[in-house]
Design a protein around this ligand. Structure first.
Ligand SMILES: Cc1ncc(COP(=O)(O)O)c(C=O)c1O
Length: 510
């Protein structure tokens, strides 16, 4: 095993915004500071901890009884104790991936067999069906990180019930570190499904990450078992006083959460959408996004005042995770992004022919003029998704001979075209632009491929990275078009397999 070493590297001395660890981005309320000051001056630092009624205070906050709470040294300790109490070496545990590193770390400490169904590539939804299908009598623990770090996606209460029912012989462990942001909780389910255990933390919305305090919620008998593993003084008294003060007045936490979720996050999402930077919908105080060049973006953000966290795990390749802070801070983040990243970064484009490349081109009429004739070719969805996951923006460019004439009315083009775009859109694939030349081969126009008239304005503003941009098509005119705009050509057999063509190009060149 290797130690879990988050990329700290002197970040506490960084004087820009720390948007890389999903912390609260402003200090906790004054009451917490005053409680800590009082403790430091109390002449009690030399006395071992005693937690009085903290469990009761947390229980009231969480809506359970005091004997259903165990406080821990951060929720990290709760995770460790859960794995060590309820699993043994060789036991099967299900940890959907990608997720928070400590789950895998704790499972490895025990020596569990880890099974990791993958979050869905399109929208990073929880892989419910796979998890349900994977549960068997050897399964001792199922982890549901809700919302999940780093995807930001959440599982509904109803789906948690399905898992709890299916995994009767196992613990269903729900990590609710971000509960205050998502407001989704499985705690009310514990009465009905006693195999559910929940952890939460004071590290995030309450802002006490440095003090290390979290808690586990479970049925009382389980808490008694877990307390055999936790040390009697594992939570320190500074954390104790800070947590008590934080719970005494929740208004500060609530207004922070409101600012993050209802004002700051929508601003960042709007900015990403407007600038066609793909991002994933999140139920928490962080957003995963996929810029064209993640490494360069991260470095430029860092240099200019914001740290974000790179993510390169399977299904979330080439993404960055930004923690959402206050509205004021996120306005600053957007400014930095606009001025120091967007102005400096080139984008990679895939110019794609349509007929014979993305959809079946009939070899008799060469026209797809009805929805009936529309057939998406093999490998197109996978190929387009592959391009997207590599940061390509998609541009469709097609010659449609005689479009708008009586032999090929606009309407006959529009219907299959809209249907095709809808099929792509349902798979999360959106084209930035669609360019169509409607002229016949013998008409004098400057827009019919291989001529470049259709894209000239676009190319002027596109800030295109020609070293990796491409044209993919099945005709000589596509090849010549690629030469004319100065990018690589990816050849494709007419009505062939798009994924194969794209994949072989990407493996060779990038
Ligand atoms: C999903 C998840 N669980 C638990 C933790 C650990 O939190 P704590 O500071 O309470 O140990 C984190 C921290 O980033 C997290 O993202």
């Amino acid at each position: 095993m290797k130690p879990y070493k988050p990329p700290l590297d002197g970040r506490s001395a960084y004087d820009g915004m720390l948007l890389d660890f999903n912390e609260r981005t402003k200090p906790p309320q004054n009451k917490v500071i005053r409680a800590l000051e009082k403790f430091v001056r109390s002449q009690k630092l030399q006395v071992y901890p005693e937690y009085f009624d903290l469990e009761k205070k947390i229980a009231d906050y969480a809506g359970v009884k005091a004997d259903q709470i165990m406080i821990t040294n951060g929720s990290d300790q709760g995770i460790d104790i859960i794995f060590r109490t309820f699993t043994e070496k060789g036991d099967k545990v299900i940890i959907p991936s990608p997720s928070f590193a400590m789950f895998y770390q704790c499972a490895q400490i025990v020596g569990n067999e880890i099974v990791s169904p993958l979050y869905k590539k399109d929208d990073l939804a929880f892989p419910l069906e796979e998890v349900l299908a994977t549960i068997d009598e050897r399964t001792k623990l199922v982890v549901v990180c809700n919302p999940n770090n780093p995807t930001g996606t959440a599982v509904s209460e109803a789906d948690i019930e399905k898992i709890a029912k299916q995994a009767k012989g196992a613990i269903v462990y729900i990590d609710e570190a971000y509960f205050e942001f998502s407001k989704i909780t499985a705690i009310p389910l514990i009465n009905k499904y006693p195999n559910i255990i929940v952890t939460r933390t004071f590290s995030k919305a309450f802002g006490l990450a440095s003090l290390r305090i979290g808690y586990v919620v479970a049925k009382a008998e389980y808490i008694s078992e877990m307390l055999k593993i936790r040390g009697p003084y594992d939570v320190n008294m500074a954390a104790y006083y800070a947590a008590c003060a934080a719970l005494e007045d929740k208004k500060d936490m609530e207004s922070y959460v409101k600012d993050v979720m209802e004002s700051a996050k929508p601003l960042v999402e709007k900015f990403f959408a407007q600038n066609r930077i793909p991002y994933f919908i999140s139920r928490s105080n962080f957003v995963l996004f996929r810029p064209n060049n993640p490494e360069k973006t991260m470095l430029l953000l860092e240099k200019n005042g914001a740290l974000v966290r790179p993510q390169n795990k399977q299904t979330i390749e080439n993404t960055l995770r930004v923690s959402i802070g206050t509205t004021k801070q996120m306005k600053k983040f957007i400014e930095i992004y606009k001025n120091d990243v967007l102005k400096n970064s080139k984008r990679r484009y895939a110019f794609l022919d349509r007929d014979g490349t993305l959809i079946f081109e009939p070899q008799d009429t060469y026209q797809v003029d009805s929805v009936k004739k529309l057939k998406i070719l093999d490998g197109v969805i996978d190929g387009l998704q592959e391009l997207k996951s590599r940061g390509y923006s998609l541009i469709m460019i097609s010659n449609q001979d005689g479009l708008g004439t009586s032999s090929f009315p606009q309407e006959n083009f529009r219907r299959p075209q809209e249907k095709m775009l809808k099929i792509f859109c349902d798979k999360g694939i959106v084209f930035d632009e669609v360019f169509v030349c409607p002229h016949l081969p013998n008409e004098p126009c400057n827009c019919r491929k291989p001529k470049t008239g259709l894209v000239e304005d676009f190319l002027r503003n596109a800030n295109i990275d020609k070293t990796v941009s491409l044209v993919c098509g099945d005709r000589n005119s596509d090849q010549q078009f690629a030469e004319n705009i100065g990018v690589s050509f990816v050849p494709m057999d007419t009505n062939g397999n798009f994924y194969k063509a794209i994949k072989s190009f990407l493996t060779k060149t990038i």
